[in-house]
Ligand binder design. Structure first.
Ligand SMILES: [Zn+2]
Length: 207
């Protein structure tokens, strides 16, 4: 699993470089990547270095639990609990009951069609991981590449939207099913195309 997390991280950073958000190779080399169980995930900057911790990742709202949880939240609503929270949870558990697994995003963006709650098939274990890495690496890029926006603010959202569309929403993460090895492209010295350069001169000489 650790190698998969590293490979996905490299892939996401390469996508970010293509979108001119960061220097992928430099950022990956300096990144303090901590992979752990049963702990929170975060991404950012510490002592001047890019840092990311990846803890648990799994679908949070699954069809198997849906019926029970839906009843619980409907009871919360009935006894006058927090209506905003309960309504949001009920919407998510209803989705789960219909067979769609869900991971929640921040209240500020949870209904955004591109960077809101993640939906998918409960058997697709890679999607919540791809989602988590996109979310946290957007923080890493926000804090370490260019002017920092911070938190879940506008700059983070813009970076996250680009990464999530290009890696998660379009299904690109699925290529990791086969655990292909992704390598950073070696920076090649620009070779002079002698075949092309020589021709006009030759033409001039014979003219
Ligand atoms: Zn976050």
């Amino acid at each position: 699993m650790k190698s998969l997390i590293r490979l996905m991280t490299q892939e996401i950073l390469l996508i970010a470089e293509l979108k001119e958000l960061c220097n992928a190779e430099d950022l990956y080399k300096r990144l303090l990547l901590h992979i752990t169980n049963n702990k929170q995930s975060y991404g950012g900057k510490q002592y001047g270095m890019p840092i990311m911790q990846i803890g648990n990742f799994a679908w949070q709202y699954t069809p198997g639990q849906a019926e029970e949880k839906l009843t619980e939240w409907q009871n919360v609503l009935r006894v006058g609990g927090n209506k905003t929270v309960a309504t949001r949870e009920i919407i998510r558990w209803k989705k789960a009951l219909s067979g769609i697994a869900v991971v929640n995003e921040y209240p500020r963006i949870w209904q955004d069609p591109e960077i809101g709650d993640l939906e998918g098939d409960v058997s697709d274990k890679l999607k919540p991981l791809a989602w988590l890495l996109s979310h946290e690496l957007a923080h890493v890029i926000d804090y370490n590449c260019g002017a920092t926006g911070g938190g879940h603010g506008k700059r983070w959202q813009r970076i996250y939207r680009i990464i999530r569309n290009a890696f998660v929403n379009n299904g690109r993460y699925q290529m990791f099913d086969t655990q292909q090895v992704i390598q950073f492209p070696k920076k090649q010295k620009k070779e002079l195309r002698m075949d092309l350069l020589g021709l006009p001169l030759f033409d001039l000489q014979v003219a």
